[in-house]
Design a binder for this molecule. Structure first.
Ligand code: SF4
Length: 454
């Protein structure tokens, strides 16, 4: 029996209902898919691997490749050394990746499989790489899995020649391929010589060519990851997801880093552009200034519909920090902000944003779930819900306009191809938010009102 105090039972600290997160290996798999010719490998049972691939495929509408150690009873009792050796041989023979990136699962973590020693003893074909990271899913969330896999790549692949290569590494964090394309475009406009790591653009948004490519042309190459050790600096986007890999690279190769919030909205995109300006000593081009001006113009024009409206925001840590900042810029009043990832730092950063706008009546919670959010909304409703597809039932039950953003968005198409970051992403978000509120006005207007609105 669990040893819980009555207070813990009352506060439901040991049970999640409709979680606002998923398990660590999903993040590890997504990070590994951002490396060219990499096969993510799930060291556990087939069911875990199938689930993780499925959630990624449903969000990106693309095949998410991964192999599995396919644990059965024997491996669960005696360990998975034989399974991973056989799996690595089969994967190299059949699918010929350059890298197999192994992540653990609850099962292999619980039995204590030592993947470091398994890999050290493994017969790895010449010119190929096998690496791993630990992703126990009873700790943290998919966000931990994502940065743990980044650390796995840094551990195994980064090197230093002692001579700086003049490049700046950009860690884009957990964003969609459409966001990475936008971040690269902004970095290009600012003339940054960069290495984006990881980079799922070109992998999980690969174009239809009529021919299936197991390894599309996108992704950070092994050579680029090796060169991270010689980079001048790192710009890490996402304060929660970016800190640990940045610290790790700094400890290993003394590469300094700048940690920035995910560039959602005006202020956070400004911070990114200014960091690029500092790195490149380049003037901000007119193209970017005009984009910023168009975003601000749209926010001013639509302010009459967004101002003072109460919003509930939920999702991954850096996404909710970015969305809260943007919501405040548009005049929305965040009423509830939650993430399922157990990082109190998220709540601290969201509260700092709210304080800077003088918003005091907002409930902010990390390690929360959507059942809890639903209860709060039932007690005190909001005008708008912003978050992943898992908020759909709340929106439906409480009849609230709903803007899908973050991960996963399972029930809509095209979202992963378009950005929410940068000024262009801000324009897209402002359009989605304003139009959701205006659709509601239209629906609730009488015929006579409608004629006036038209
Ligand atoms: S057993 Fe663990 S790793 Fe596997 S799907 Fe469940 S939570 Fe994820």
């Amino acid at each position: 029996m669990l040893d819980l105090t009555p207070k813990e039972v009352l506060e439901r600290t040991a049970l999640r209902i409709n979680p606002c997160k998923t398990c660590q290996p999903v993040g590890a798999m997504y990070a590994a898919l951002g490396v060219r010719r990499c096969m993510p490998h799930s060291h556990g049972s087939q069911g875990c691997c199938s689930y993780h691939r499925t959630v990624l495929s449903r969000h990106f509408k693309e095949p998410a490749i991964a192999s599995s150690s396919s644990f059965t009873e024997g491996a669960s009792v005696f360990g998975g050394r034989s399974n991973i050796n056989t799996a690595a041989k089969n994967v190299f023979d059949m699918y010929d990746p350059d890298v197999i990136a192994i992540h653990t699962t609850c099962l292999s973590e619980t039995i204590g499989d030592d993947l470091g020693s398994y890999i050290a003893d493994m017969e790895i074909p010449e010119g190929k790489t096998v690496l791993y990271c630990n992703t126990p899913s009873y700790v943290g969330s998919h966000i931990n899995g994502f940065f743990n896999m980044m650390i796995g790549f840094i551990n195994y692949l980064t090197k230093t020649t002692g001579v700086k290569n003049g490049k700046t590494a950009v860690f884009p964090g957990w964003v969609n391929p459409g966001d990475i394309r936008e971040l690269k475009r902004i970095a290009g406009l600012m003339k940054l010589d960069s290495i984006f790591f990881p980079d799922q653009s070109g992998v999980l948004d690969a174009p239809m060519t009529g021919k299936y490519e197991m390894y599309p042309d996108g992704g950070t190459t092994r050579e680029e990851i090796a060169a991270l050790g010689d980079c001048e600096a790192v710009i890490a986007l996402g304060e929660i997801i970016g800190i640990e890999p940045s610290e790790h690279l700094k400890k290993k190769h003394k590469v300094p880093y700048t940690l920035l919030p995910m560039p959602v909205g005006v202020a956070h995109t400004d911070a990114f552009v200014l960091a690029l300006q500092k790195a490149t000593k380049t003037e901000v081009p007119r193209e970017l200034e005009e984009e910023r001006g168009r975003l601000v113009d749209l926010m001013l024009d639509s302010h009459q519909y967004t101002s003072g409206k109460k919003a509930a925001i939920f999702g991954d840590p850096d996404v909710v920090i970015g969305l809260t900042s943007f919501a405040l810029e548009t005049g929305l009043i965040p009423k509830y902000v939650i993430t399922g990832t157990p990082k109190e730092e998220v709540a601290r950063r969201v509260r700092a944003l709210l304080d800077s706008y003088g918003v005091t009546d907002c409930t902010v919670k990390a390690n929360a779930d959507l059942f809890e959010l639903h209860q709060w909304i039932k007690n005190e409703p909001v005008d708008l819900l912003i978050g992943s597809s898992y908020g759909k039932q709340i929106a439906k039950a409480e009849d609230i306009p709903f803007v899908r953003a973050g991960f996963p968005v399972l029930d809509r198409y095209g979202g992963t191809l378009l950005p929410v970051v940068g000024y262009a992403g801000g324009i897209r978000l402002a359009e989605k938010i304003t139009n959701a509120l205006m659709d509601r006005i239209d629906r609730d207007s009488s015929d006579e009102d409608f004629e006036v609105v038209m």
